[in-house]
Design a binder for this molecule. Structure first.
Ligand code: PPS
Length: 290
């Protein structure tokens, strides 16, 4: 049986107790200049972006992208669960150039990434869909704290007392940081609306070029329908003791606007009022429907 994680805090940000216990090692992680960091708030489109980046790096070669599961291809920097190598171990053992995943808010990113001037792709997703996805993920992933009821989870999300902290601070913090560092800031909704255009942005950022045929291949293989069936991307190959896809699959709906199937009118009103206050000090704008 897997015990749900207890939580602790690093600088006021909620993390699992196990991450807190290795925090010094995470903070002192030595980035290399050619590392690429994919940073997101959890459930914002991380895996989708990882697969897209890998497809680009492998020049559209599907077989190469299926060489290993997404978790092995891209170490998850701060993560550790029983019986699996830690993100730090995987990263340290990996030859360059590495692509690394993190959910850390910008102020908790190990300083070596900035010192080495590493490129970062940040992906943000509108709060309501992000929250819905996070709720279902807590239900199916037994390594995360118990989400409680939907109503309770909305409250936790609004107060920021969830893993990796406040969504509001996360998206705002990274938005500000993009003016100082090499950060490509993308939106889930844009990726959904026009994947080719967003892939082009990633290509330019990575200083890569592919022909139209390869581009089409990347668009196709990173679609929700294909990724849902791809065992190297859909998390069915490992973490079986932790993730129960029969409760809610990792590749759940992959849509914009699913929040409408979850929020009551009253919950939506309360959420919107609180959102306005929390997001009053940013120029960031999200779309909650397409
Ligand atoms: S994690 O655990 O934080 O790495 O999860 P993450 O990958 O960030 O988010 C999972 C959600 O992204 C959806 N997803 C996709 N949407 C559209 N297209 C593609 N290709 C795709 N791949 C994954 C996935 O279904 C989760 O969202 P929900 O809303 O729960 O379906």
């Amino acid at each position: 049986m897997v015990l749900r994680s207890e939580t602790g805090e690093v600088e006021g940000v909620t993390l699992t107790k196990s991450i807190c216990s290795i925090w010094d090692q995470v903070w002192n992680f030595q980035a290399r200049p050619d590392d690429l960091l994919i940073a997101t708030y959890a459930k914002a489109g991380t895996t989708w972006t990882q697969e897209t980046v890998d497809m680009i790096q492998q020049n559209g070669d599907v077989e190469k992208c299926r060489r290993a599961t997404i978790a092995k291809r891209h170490p998850f920097l701060e993560w550790l669960t029983m019986k699996h190598p830690t993100g730090l171990e995987l990263a340290e053992a990996m030859p360059s150039p590495r692509t690394i995943k993190t959910h850390l808010p910008v102020q908790l990113v190990p300083p070596s990434f900035w010192k080495q001037n590493c490129k970062v792709i940040y992906v943000a997703r509108n709060a309501k869909d992000n929250l819905v996805s996070y709720y279902h993920f807590h239900r199916m992933n037994k390594a995360l704290p118990d989400p409680g009821t939907w109503e309770e989870f909305i409250e936790k999300f609004m107060t920021g007392k969830v893993l990796w902290g406040s969504w509001y601070d996360h998206v705002k913090g990274w938005w500000k940081a993009k003016d100082k560092h090499r950060i490509l800031y993308l939106f889930y909704e844009d990726m959904k609306e026009n994947p080719e255009q967003e892939i082009q942005k990633i290509l330019k950022f990575l200083e890569k070029d592919v022909n139209q045929e390869v581009l089409n291949k990347i668009v196709h293989n990173t679609s929700f329908e294909i990724m849902k069936e791809n065992p190297m991307a859909n998390y069915t190959r490992e973490f079986q003791a932790i993730m129960d896809h029969s409760i809610s699959p990792f590749m759940r709906k992959g849509a914009v606007g699913d929040w409408k199937n979850h929020f009551t009118v009253a919950q939506n009103k309360k959420f919107d009022e609180d959102y306005k206050k929390k997001m009053a000090d940013t120029s960031l704008v999200f779309r909650t429907e397409l």
